[in-house]
Write a protein that binds this ligand. Structure first.
Ligand code: KIV
Length: 271
């Protein structure tokens, strides 16, 4: 008999069950082993290896520059820290838009090389053939509608999407299409709360919102935002649970003072 306590892993089916039970799903982004380990141990349902890595890890202005190889590296690190949570990996810009064959090949690389459990990609009707192909290759797909940062140069701004009737109607149609194509969940980013509620109620699959109000079936936040690593980014939808920018700065300043004053290391800290 194994001495290890059995870990109940979160699967795409678990997320569906949580929706059915009316129990909200928690998701957070991670990009490395150490934070993924903490989030998994804390009990988060799902971890997203987001292409927001392009911004928060690499310092780019947009998500466009990050490559498939770089996403694979981040996902490999995250997966090593996770025992229980579902790990979803973003397909980066350029790795799926050109045609379904490329989309399937990119998704297969992610599944094979990282050990992640699912992929996420942005868009509705425009990428529906790719989603069907990826799903039929046995790979779980999470959709992403509303503000889709890979299309930032088309939108021109990061403001709330689908406030106008026509865009809201397209989003509702796209959500149903994504469900029919076999997506197991749908991220809704920065859209009116009422629209997100309507979409969530119209679907059997769970919606996971970011800036999409309380009626989504779950919520996702970028770890750097919710931990307050960069206090310059404070959108209305963000709840900041820590102020790491100030805490880390002050801890490192204390360390510098201790080194400069020869207060560190002391005798107990020496061999
Ligand atoms: O890349 C990311 O972090 C995301 C979330 C904002 C949903 O896609």
């Amino acid at each position: 008999m194994s001495s290890h306590k059995e870990i109940k892993k979160v699967t795409t089916h678990t997320l569906l069950q949580l929706k059915t039970q009316g129990s909200p799903i928690s998701m957070i982004t991670a990009y490395d082993y150490s934070f993924a380990r903490l989030f998994d141990t804390a009990g988060v349902d799902a971890i997203l290896v987001g292409d927001s890595a392009s911004n928060v890890m690499a310092g780019h202005e947009t998500t466009l520059p990050i490559t498939l190889d770089q996403m694979i590296y981040h996902a490999q690190c995250v997966v090593r820290g996770v025992h229980r949570s579902l790990v979803v990996v973003d397909l980066p810009f350029g790795s799926y838009q050109s045609n379904p064959d490329i989309a399937v090949a990119s998704s297969i690389r992610i599944m094979k090389e990282t050990g992640g459990h699912a992929i996420k990609l942005e868009g509705g009707e425009e990428v529906i053939d790719s989603i069907r192909r990826i799903v039929s290759a046995g790979i779980p797909v999470m959709g992403h509608l509303g503000l889709t940062p890979q299309s930032i140069y088309k939108f021109g701004t990061y403001t709330v999407r689908a406030k106008e009737e026509a865009e809201a109607e397209k989003l509702k149609r796209d959500a149903l299409l994504l469900q029919e194509a076999g997506c197991f969940a749908l991220a809704l980013e920065k859209i009116p709360a009422q629209l997100a509620g309507t979409v969530s109620r119209s679907l059997n699959i769970p919606t996971i919102g970011i800036g999409a109000g309380p009626e989504c079936d779950g919520q996702v936040l970028v770890m750097h935002d919710m931990l307050g690593i960069n206090n310059e980014f404070k959108p209305r939808f963000l709840r900041q649970y820590l102020d790491l920018e100030n805490q880390v700065t002050s801890a490192v300043q204390t360390y510098i003072r201790d080194v400069k004053s020869r207060n560190f290391p002391n005798q107990q800290e020496s061999y």
